[in-house]
Design a protein around this ligand. Structure first.
Ligand code: SF4
Ligand code: SF4
Length: 64
């Protein structure tokens, strides 16, 4: 059981700001197929920067 960032794809507009705000390499990637981001919960360090930086409030820290 651990905390990690999770994206609500309905809210994500594909702006990629979260990718630039994330300090963990490859924790957030971009899916060219649906133009939304993907968060790798195994790489996410739960810092919350992407939550703060998302203009669409599409990311939450959740308990997995
Ligand atoms: S900052 Fe928010 S809206 Fe922009 S790509 Fe990331 S999750 Fe999507
Ligand atoms: S919580 Fe931090 S480490 Fe995890 S995806 Fe967001 S910015 Fe990256």
């Amino acid at each position: 059981m651990y905390f990690a960032a999770e994206v609500d794809k309905e809210k994500c507009n594909g702006c990629k700001l979260c990718i630039f705000s994330c300090p963990e390499p490859n924790a957030i990637s971009f899916n060219e197929d649906d133009k939304k981001i993907v968060i790798d919960a195994n790489r996410c360090k739960n810092c919350g920067l992407c939550v703060v930086g998302c203009p669409s409030k599409a990311i939450e820290i959740v308990l997995l």
